[in-house]
Design a protein. Structure first.
Length: 317
């Protein structure tokens, strides 16, 4: 019981410190560990001792006292533009609120640093969204977007971007996203990309790159420039060979290639000297080749099991 409370205390103090540092523009070098699935994250982030408002009507009654907003199963489509009145907002989570469009009024929230949308079939976002100058963590789940527009590149403080699943035939990523120089965690899951944009190789602060079930056949971008990248997850794609660029990532520690079409692993894998885990489950790899690879990289844990009809939904870190 004592250990439990100690862990909670440490987590609260750490999150308060992260907010303090980000508020005053100090550089944070720790890995992004933000998790909106944690039911208590709203207490850990933002100004301490502030209530979590769970009704849009209640928020509008005290607009200057609303810092944390979590709305679930409430129809917001018509009244959401009034969110501009909540000028002190720091955190917004919207779950199943029937939003299909993020209006221009959203751009007025200059203190907003966490925005999460779940189970909203958002199909369009106003360019003013790019005016969210404090936005640090952005998660968009269950969208119907055709693109992440040029204005996403204006989110200069963005460190975490998670999108998916996205229910359109193709998700286009603007080249302007190359301006996200502070981005450290990029996760696109169940998004029909078909190719990895070359500009991703210029995100030199990237520590984790996740492109799961994005219909990728190969990786052509020069990944050697991602000197801080530690986690790469390309599970659930159509890769028949490990792209040579992967072997040039100098500090890669975790490589997930589950449920692709890999039949062998080239000997170049030995160049990944810091690799701790290689997940090859669900690939039709020759057992002899697998044994050779396991002997070639004894410092790394290699995981493999033959393909099954039902592919695993996601990877675990």
């Amino acid at each position: 019981m004592i250990d439990f409370f100690l862990k909670k205390l440490i987590k609260v103090k750490t999150s308060a410190l992260l907010f303090f540092l980000s508020f005053f523009n100090f550089k944070i070098v720790a890995q992004v560990n933000f998790d909106s699935e944690d039911p208590d994250y709203l207490r850990y982030y933002g100004l301490p001792n502030q209530p979590i408002i769970e009704s849009f009507k209640d928020a509008l009654k005290n607009p200057l006292q609303t810092y944390k907003l979590r709305i679930r199963d409430e129809y917001l489509a018509k009244k959401f533009p009034k969110i501009s009145k909540l000028s002190k907002l720091q955190i917004v989570e919207l779950n199943n609120t029937y939003l299909t469009h993020i209006p221009s009024e959203m751009g007025h929230l200059k203190d907003l640093f966490i925005f999460i949308s779940k189970q909203n079939r958002i199909s369009s976002i106003s360019p003013e969204f790019g005016q969210l100058s404090s936005l640090t963590f952005l998660e968009l789940y269950g969208t119907e977007l055709d693109s992440l527009g040029y204005f996403f590149g204006n989110l200069k403080k963005l460190e975490l971007l998670r999108v998916g699943p996205n229910y359109t035939d193709t998700l286009r990523l603007s080249d302007n996203l190359v301006k996200l120089k502070n981005l450290r965690d990029l996760q696109l899951i169940d998004c029909n990309l078909f190719r990895m944009p070359d500009w991703i190789s210029q995100l030199q602060n990237l520590e984790r790159l996740v492109l799961i079930r994005c219909h990728l056949d190969t990786i052509a971008a020069p990944l050697k420039n991602l000197t801080k990248l530690k986690i790469l997850d390309l599970s659930g794609n159509n890769l028949k060979k490990i792209p040579p660029e992967i072997y040039k990532i100098p500090n890669l520690e975790f490589l997930y290639l589950r449920n692709n079409n890999l039949k062998e692993i080239p000997e170049f894998i030995i160049f990944l000297k810091k690799l701790q885990k290689l997940d090859l489950r669900g690939n039709p790899i020759d057992p002899n080749n697998l044994k050779l690879i396991q002997l070639s990289i004894p410092w790394c844990r290699v995981i493999w099991e033959p393909p099954t009809e039902q592919k695993t939904k996601s990877s675990k870190y």
